[in-house]
Design a protein around this ligand. Structure first.
Ligand SMILES: [Zn+2]
Length: 78
């Protein structure tokens, strides 16, 4: 827990889940550590040759530089 400056800083798993859940609800996501709005970027991507387009979102905290990358298109919408 004390070597954050040396390696790539990451959120705890529970924090990542909270961030992803908030984003899925359409809320403005804030960094759980810094309490600042996180930058959201949609990454187009994936190969259309596979028959579907995978969409990913990238949320980045401008303060601590932690980021979360996750798939936003998983299966069908309920
Ligand atoms: Zn932060």
């Amino acid at each position: 827990m004390s070597d954050e400056s040396a390696s790539k800083a990451r959120y705890e798993l529970v924090e990542e889940r909270a961030i992803i859940a908030a984003h899925a609800r359409g809320e403005a996501v804030r960094c759980p550590r810094c309490d600042v709005p996180m930058t959201s970027r949609a990454l187009g991507g994936g190969s259309f040759g596979l028959g579907y387009a995978r969409r990913r979102s990238w949320l980045l905290c401008p303060n601590c530089r932690r980021s979360v990358l996750f798939d936003t298109a998983r299966g069908t919408r309920n």
